[in-house]
Ligand binder design. Sequence first.
Ligand SMILES: NC(=O)c1ccc[n+]([C@@H]2O[C@H](COP(=O)([O-])OP(=O)(O)OC[C@H]3O[C@@H](n4cnc5c(N)ncnc54)[C@H](O)[C@@H]3O)[C@@H](O)[C@H]2O)c1
Length: 376
Amino acid sequence: MLRPWTHQLAVLHMQKRTEMFDTPSKRALVPFISVESTLSLIFTLGFDRCLFEITDAIAEAFTRWNDFETIPRVASHSSMGVIELMPTTDGTDYSFKYVNGHPINASRGLQTVAAFGVLASVETGYPKLIAEMTLLTAMRTAAMSALATRTLARKDSHIAAIIGNGAQSEFQIRALATVCGIKKFQLYDIDTNATRRCIKNLSNHKLCLTACSSTEEAVLGADVITTCTADKAYQTILTDNLIGKGVHVNAIGGDCPGKTELHRDVLLRSDIFVEYAPQTRLEGEIQQLDEDFPVTEIWQVLTGSADGRKSPGQITVFDGVGFAIEDFAALRWLEQNLGNKSQAQNLDLIADPNESKDLYGMICRFMSRAKNIEPI
Ligand SMILES: NC(=O)c1ccc[n+]([C@@H]2O[C@H](COP(=O)([O-])OP(=O)(O)OC[C@H]3O[C@@H](n4cnc5c(N)ncnc54)[C@H](O)[C@@H]3O)[C@@H](O)[C@H]2O)c1
C-alpha cells in the first residue's frame, strides 16, 4: 500500500507531469522488459526460434571470448542459498545479472532461481535496457546446454535423460529437441509430480517422453544425460557405473561451492568442458578435483583452438555453472529483438537534466512547480 503522500505524488505525477517535472531526455528513459514483455516476445517470435537464436548468440559471443572482461561472479552465500552478481563487458556494451539460487524456495512456493539484468553502453555508462531474467536465464541455460551438446555429443545422439524435472526441465528438453534434434527423453525426479507436470506441459510437442522410477532407469540407453537437480549439498546423482562409453553429460545443477551432482569418479573418467575455468573450479563439479586438473573451456573448442570430442567412445562432461557472457549474449539478443521497442515500457530511471551539472536544479524546479499545484 502506498503512503498517502507517495500516492498523492504519484497522482500528481500522472496528471501534472509536464507542469512539475523536467521533460525526461531520451536517455533518461530506459526500456524495461517485464515478464509480460518477454512472454509477448516469445509469443511473437516462437519459442523454438528464441532458443535457436539465443544458442547462436552465445556461440557468437564465445567465439570472440578475448574481447570480454572475465571474472568469476560475485557470490554472497547464506545457509538458505546464494545471491550473485554476474558482470562482463566486450568494450562496447556492459551487462550484469542479479540472480539467486535457493533450492529451499521450491518448498516455499518460490522459484529456486530468479533474476533480472541490465545492458548498458560503455561509451556513456547509461543503461540501454533493464530486463526480467528469470525466464531469460532458463532460456539461456537451456541454450547453453544445447550448444555444449551440439559441440560435444556424438552426432548420432537421439536419446536424452533429464534428471531433475523442476523449473528448468522443459526449457532443457525443448532446447535439446530444437537445437540438437533429440526427440526421445527419459525423465526422473524424486518428486513424481514434477515429472508429471513436465510431461503434461510438453504433451503437444511431438516428443517421446517417458517417466522413469529411478535415475538408473532414466539413463539406460541415453546418449545425453542432463542433471538439473537442486540441493545445497554434495549430491551423487550420477555414479560411475551409470555412465557408459560415448555418453555426453550436461551437469548444470551443481553450481555453487558445496553443491554438486556427479560422483568424482565420473569426472576422472571423462573429458571435462567448462565455461570459465576460474569460476567453475569454485562452483562446478570440478571443485571435487585438484586445482590443476585439466579442463577445456568451450570457447576454445568453438574457435578450433582445442579439441572437442575425439572419439565415439569418449565420455564428455559439460560442467555448466552459468557464466556472465551467456547473459550478456541473451541481453543483446533481447535488445536486437525489441525492434521498435513496443514490447518494452519506458522507465524514468536516470535523472538527466538538460544542463548536466544542474542535477540539484531538478529538485529546485520540482519544488517550486509543486508548490503551485493544488493537492488532489
Ligand atoms: N548452470 C546454470 O547456468 C544454471 C542456471 C539455472 C539453474 N541452475 C541450477 O539448476 C538446478 C535446477 O534449477 P530449477 O530452477 O529447475 O530448480 P527446481 O527447484 O525448480 O527443480 C529442481 C528439481 O530437482 C529435483 N531433485 C532434487 N534432488 C533430486 C535427486 N536426488 N534426484 C532427482 N531429482 C532431484 C527436485 O525434486 C526438483 O523437482 C538448480 O540447482 C539451479 O541452481 C543452473
